[in-house]
Write a protein that binds this ligand. Sequence first.
Ligand code: PEP
Ligand code: MG
Length: 889
Amino acid sequence: VKFVYDFTEGNKDLKDLLGGKGANLAEMTNLGLPVPPGFTITTEACKVYLESGTEPAALRAEVSEHLNALEQQMGKKLGQADDPLLVSVRSGAKFSMPGMMDTVLNIGLSDASVSGLAAQAGDERFAWDSYRRLIQMFGKTVLGVDGELFEEALEEAKRDKGVTVDVDLDAADLRALVEQFKQIVAKETGRDFPQDAREQMDLAIRAVFDSWNTDRAKLYRRQERIPGDLGTAVNVCSMVFGNLGPDSGTGVAFTRDPASGQQGVYGDYLQNAQGEDVVAGIRNTVPLADLENIDKASYDELMQIMETLETHYKDLCDIEFTIERGKLWMLQTRVGKRTAGAAFRIATQLVDQGLIDEAEALQRVTGAQLAQLMFPRFDLSAKSDLLGRGIAASPGAAVGKAVFDSYTAVKWSRSGEKVILIRRETNPDDLNGMIAAEGILTSRGGKTSHAAVVARGMGKTCVCGAEELEVDTKSRRMTTQDGTVVEEGDVVSIDGSTGKVYAGEVPVVPSPVVEYFEGRMHAGAEDADELVKAVHRIMAYADRVRRLRVRANADNAEDAARARRFGAQGIGLCRTEHMFLGERREMVERLILADTDADREAALTELLPLQKTDFIELFEAMDGLPVTVRLLDPPLHEFLPDITELSVRVALAEARKDANENDLRLLQAVHKLHEQNPMLGLRGVRLGLVIPGLFAMQVRAIAEAAAERKNAKGDPRAEIMIPLVGTVQELEIVREEAEQVIAEVEKRYGVSLKLTLGTMIELPRAALTAGQIAESADFFSFGTNDLTQTVWGFSRDDVEASFFTAYLEKGIFGVSPFETIDKDGVGSLVRNAAAAGRATRPDLKLGVCGEHGGDPESVHFFHEVGLDYVSCSPFRIPVARLEAGRAAA
Ligand code: PEP
Ligand code: MG
């Protein structure tokens, strides 16, 4: 194998091997752009090193060969005393990990070559400053010396001289500093700073390999879901200098605005400086447009290059460049990060420019970006007072009074206050407070901290790890860096999409994208916002190509109507238990308590007309589209009073000797129905088989509602779905009864209803015997919530708040299997069951109605295994439409 590639040998598609930076440097080199010559050591070499602890045997010779070629091209040797070639050694992994790994500049400088550099550059100060930087960077990153020691020495030198900025130190000062730095290295490491240039280079390469596995890098990868075994490439690049005087400088640029997508000149430039000075914010940069006045030739060339890059990459690029004495050099480029809104706008702009087609445009945006655009946001034109910022952990805009403990959060929210729960970090004890709060703010922890994970799970706004905010829960206050104090009860606003925290109430405006989906804003309107126009177009592309249909999980006419506005093509799951809440709960209670057939029938007769009205409304809202109604699913005790509360009430009453008959019966029933594992108990189809008349009543309500809609010239398309089936026998019994009821209703109303009857596949046994079950089912709908619960043996109601944080932190999975389908486990059951079902019944309709139906990654999976539709909550419908389009494009 080949471990080293010259920049002329690679290209942009070799990111796995050369890392992002190396691949793009090669691409630019081959485009004929001015890239300082160099070579890239592959990620393969890094992997060998990380696995075996030593560099691959062939590496040294290969590096020598490429170094020789480089020296020949540059006409000087690495570290050559009278005219040294200097190189930078930079990490560059496949995925960008900003600031996570190491870089060493100015390799090749030594006591001997520093004067050669001075003579060549005609600048004594520059040479000593470069040497000083090398020892500092090398000492810290390669030799592991505490960076503070160098910083302190530098500060002291400035203090002694009575100056405040580095540039006021002259050559002699820097020379003295170099001496001091060398002493620090010797004292801290027990060895001298290496004077041999090749040794410097080899050690730096090894340090870059090692930096792949620092705690910081590991944590970042886990948070960003970057696999841990990719390794990093190493780029060795000849140095060019932006700090050789006013005709030199360095800058960053974007080929278009990463916030809006607008074309124009975006970037910053810093005269007489090296790259790290820009990042460190030591001096103020000027807008890139000013470069035109400073150095017109370089400016024009840069504009030309940016155009070349955009047309070549067919996307927004970001760039780092340096000008050395009037000569422009490109140091880096990559397809640039952008905001969610810009992603949509840029994709359509590129289509208009003829650079990409519609299918490609769909790949340039994501459902997650669309979801982000659908949250209400703070009105940024309003005056706001920034307190600090943390990690954008769960999007949204939340406003409320600051509270510092869960108890207060719950208490205040019960009395109608909106609160923001502020903690240093959260733990499972904070759960109630988190539920009660509008949003959560923590000063510690990253994207996988408890607060972040739980908040995302609840769809609650969260900013975490705002380290600049000091949270003091004891005295119930938070202090900002500039000393501003937020007391309990003060109003704060947190932005979970940007991580920003504001004092007071920042006004919230609805998302224009939601206004558009709701039909309150039209993409064709004269004054329509650019973003809305772009979203409209992208959605149209997605709808045109997607094969998956998208339905909604909705149980009432209002949600159904919204779902329809959002583009739903039917209802995939109407959970009828949601129709038995409120005052109807007592009717169910009477049903459960019924001792005699007469009592039971009376209760059912009472429920029937109510159910029927619900269905009529639903079928009307979804006229012409399929509506899957699921018969009652949850364990019955959910409709009864809480066992503890009731026991206490009865006990107290008995003590007073006035226990009432009804309560005693109720308590008996509650005891009888109490289960240790209700989710594995008397629920779903089991209820229908155990409680005579229950399912028949529901089927009758559906059939009569459909018949009445028909008679009213409507077009009802009801589908009846049986939950929690484990074996075809269960289904057969229910089916027989249902068919009788339907036939009877059809006869009575004189209509043909064409009702279909299917089942959920949400138990492993159902999935494993899907071929048999399909004999009795017109359709399958995968209930991936229960299927995940039963396949993993995880309680879906408890697990997110108990041990999932630990699982995520340990990297056991990157994301909860309740959020994104576990392809290998649960997914493989879905795939096989779909195939087995279709083998029995080729026209079997297949859908999914678990939460995964609205999850981007899962939607791609369901497309791939050939389902007909996904069903999700109304707000996620646009996301599902988009992802279904992306999957098919
Ligand atoms: C499921 O289990 O995936 C499902 C959709 O049903 P529920 O969430 O109501 O149990
Ligand atoms: Mg279920």
